[in-house]
Design a protein around this ligand. Structure first.
Ligand SMILES: Cc1cc2nc3c(=O)[nH]c(=O)nc-3n(C[C@H](O)[C@H](O)[C@H](O)COP(=O)(O)OP(=O)(O)OC[C@H]3O[C@@H](n4cnc5c(N)ncnc54)[C@H](O)[C@@H]3O)c2cc1C
Length: 157
């Protein structure tokens, strides 16, 4: 089977506009960890189910171990958080979290989904992680960070 060049595929798929999330969990020592991901989608309403597709790394390894994760949807002003959790630490101070009964919730997340990992499906160089949503919250008026064509945008521009 023929495939497009990775750069061609990357550019084409970047034309699909998404929000930006930080997927969080805790490691074996109970320390919060997270990573930026925009491969988030809802799968089913009843029961509430979501998925993310993530590559091998610290966060995936920790989710495999705890069986739990949370998805934090970033606000319009969350570009620095996105860059930070994509492995280029750029924040002047440590990211702030809000207390919850579940996995780590970022302060200012405009929506939060606390999930139990149901299935891990490894496909090529990523793992599709399907999560049952145990709890979720959202802000009514908040604007999202938008990602299109490998750049950050807001709804207004
Ligand atoms: C817009 C965007 C969308 C992306 N979407 C995806 C996607 O859908 N799937 C995918 O696989 N990759 C995606 N990436 C790439 C991904 O975010 C990076 O590859 C990331 O570094 C992988 O994280 P990691 O846990 O594997 O490892 P790491 O690189 O070790 O962790 C991520 C970064 O977060 C920091 N960090 C973690 N926890 C904390 C904490 N508690 N306090 C302070 N700092 C902390 C770490 O220091 C590190 O710099 C995306 C990147 C961007 C910019």
């Amino acid at each position: 089977m023929e495939h497009p060049e990775p750069s061609q595929f990357r550019q084409a798929v970047s034309r699909f506009t998404t929000g930006v999330t930080v997927v969080t969990t805790v490691d074996g020592a109970g320390k919060r960890i997270g990573m930026t991901a925009n491969s988030f989608t809802s799968v089913s309403l009843a029961p509430p189910t979501v998925l993310i597709s993530i590559k091998a790394g610290r966060t995936l390894e920790a989710i495999r171990s705890t069986g739990k994760f949370a998805v934090n949807i970033l606000p319009a002003f969350g570009k620095d958080l996105s860059i930070h959790f994509a492995g280029r630490p750029s924040l002047g101070s440590a990211p702030e979290f809000e207390p919850t009964g579940g996995m780590p919730k970022l302060l200012h997340a405009i929506a939060y989904f606390d999930c139990k990992a149901m299935r891990f499906v490894t496909v090529a160089d990523h793992t599709v992680l399907i999560g049952a949503v145990c709890a979720c919250t959202h802000e009514d008026e908040a604007e999202p960070l938008v990602f299109f064509s490998s750049r950050y945008h807001s709804l207004a521009n």
